[in-house]
Design a binder for this molecule. Structure first.
Ligand code: 4AD
Ligand code: MG
Length: 431
């Protein structure tokens, strides 16, 4: 049996056509021998009107007062009706009741905690539906961009013997009696894959055991990472800017309704000032001191500092050339200043914080070993990674982008957990 999705009932040519839909009842009521059902399926929602004399008294009695989330199958015809949401309705010739739902426990004024405990049900709310669809549109846009730029999608592992972004924030596990980690980054594997493929990317779950409860940290997030051979910092900044502009333009084009529903006017995403502004760490310190931050060379640019730097920006801001002590062991020492690394963070405007972490990679094995030792790691644990610099080493650079971070900024969500259907935070492992 073929089923016409509801969306067809909104197509210009749908008026007068017969449709057959299955879906979930959002609301139902009756008046004057007509039942009104608002029915949701994957394409949206539409009003179904069912006359007692059209569908029969027995059927009518069953459907006129249905609990929300009950499931029905409807045959009918599309008509214009100015009073119906969307200006259209489906006039039913038959309504079959497939399941009568128990009273749905979700309504709008419940506490955030309650709604999170029932996330398996709140994923049906309008806001979560829009978010999940927007996220899908975003992933598709990223993949299209990488395709166009001839960057190959690859599949690095999640289970690993290395905690590449610092051991204290890695989830450890017992791997048949040996220490193992849940991946924090696919970077080291992507670096291995550039020798045969030059330009690679991966979309994987990354894990961070950060106990701090902040509105921008998840313990599991979707990490988009790319690694590019022959790439320097300037080229990497241009690549990332091009990527974000294109992805945001695609969102504005393909998901305008979702964006509006979530509080973002699509045109704001296509009119970001060009190019994205840039500031070095040293310049950032000066700007922040002028705002009465007490900072010196080597101070961390933490949440409050990032916020102060980006609050008044209208485009994402590149923050570059950090002191090397602040950053990971694999970052390339700047050729013009040995105190700094060839790296940038891209900060969202409006104070939403870091979206991208990026760097050129150190190719000198001696310096890599020194940096590992300086961070308290035995270089032998990274012997395989150090091999990459022994056999056909080339200049290269790469970045990691937090998908939920970008969504949080785009949809102006207070908390990052609202950008993903089943958020993982220090306090939440179920549902
Ligand atoms: O800056 P990070 O730690 O960089 C890396 O992991 C590099 N190895 C990436 C690379 O060069 N291949 O993480 C990259 C991005 C951050 O900019 C942020 O957007 C996101 O990952 N991120 C998180 N998102 C949500 N929750 C968390 N706890 C996150 N930690 C990092
Ligand atoms: Mg970072």
């Amino acid at each position: 049996m073929s089923v016409e999705p509801v969306a067809r009932s909104f197509a210009p040519e749908a008026l007068g056509t017969a449709v057959h839909l299955r879906g979930w009842v959002l609301r139902s009521r009756s008046s004057g021998g007509i039942a009104f059902l608002l029915v949701r399926d994957r394409t949206g929602s539409v009003q179904v009107t069912a006359r007692r004399d059209a569908i029969g008294a027995e059927g009518f009695d069953k459907v006129e007062h249905l609990p929300g989330e009950s499931v029905v199958e409807v045959e009918g015809t599309v008509h214009a009706d100015a009073r119906a949401p969307g200006g259209r309705e489906v006039r039913a010739s038959a309504v079959r009741l497939l399941q009568v739902s128990e009273p749905f426990p979700i309504w709008s004024d419940q506490t955030e905690e309650f709604r999170l405990d029932h996330r398996h049900l709140t994923v049906r709310t309008q806001e979560m539906v829009a978010m999940v669809r927007l996220k899908a549109a975003m992933l598709r846009a990223f993949r299209e961009f990488f395709d166009r730029e001839e960057v190959l999608e690859t599949t690095p592992p999640i289970l690993s013997g290395n905690a590449a972004e610092g051991g204290s924030e890695a989830f450890t596990l017992d791997y048949f009696g040996k220490p193992g980690y849940l991946g924090q980054t696919a970077q080291l594997y992507l670096e291995a894959l550039i020798a045969p493929h030059e330009r690679v990317y991966a979309l994987t779950s990354s894990f961070r055991a950060e106990k701090s409860r902040t509105p921008r940290h998840l313990t599991e997030y979707l990490h988009l990472e790319a690694e590019l051979a022959w790439c320097d910092l300037e080229e990497l900044m241009q690549f990332v800017e091009r990527m974000l502009r294109q992805v945001l333009a695609e969102l504005a084009r393909r998901a305008p309704e979702e964006l509006r529903l979530l509080g973002r006017e699509p045109s704001e995403l296509t009119s970001l000032p060009e190019p994205f502004p840039r500031v070095t760490y040293a310049e950032a310190l000066e700007r922040l001191r002028a705002k009465n931050f007490d900072l010196h060379w080597g101070s961390d640019i933490a949440t409050a500092e990032e916020r102060a730097l980006s609050l008044e920006e209208r485009a994402p801001l590149f923050l570059t050339h950090f002191p090397r002590e602040l950053k990971a062991f694999y970052m390339l020492q700047s050729p013009h200043d040995e105190r700094t690394v060839e790296a940038f963070d891209l900060l969202a405007p409006e104070g939403y914080g870091e979206l991208v972490g990026a760097s050129c990679r150190e190719t000198d094995n001696t310096r890599l070993r020194e940096r590992l030792v300086a961070t308290g790691v035995n270089p032998e644990e990274y012997a395989w990674y150090l091999d990459l610099r022994r056999y056909g080493s080339v200049p290269h650079a790469g970045f990691g982008l937090g998908i939920e971070r970008v969504l949080r900024w785009v949809t102006r969500r207070e908390h990052i957990r609202d950008t993903t259907p089943f958020p993982r935070t220090p306090a939440r492992l179920t549902p």
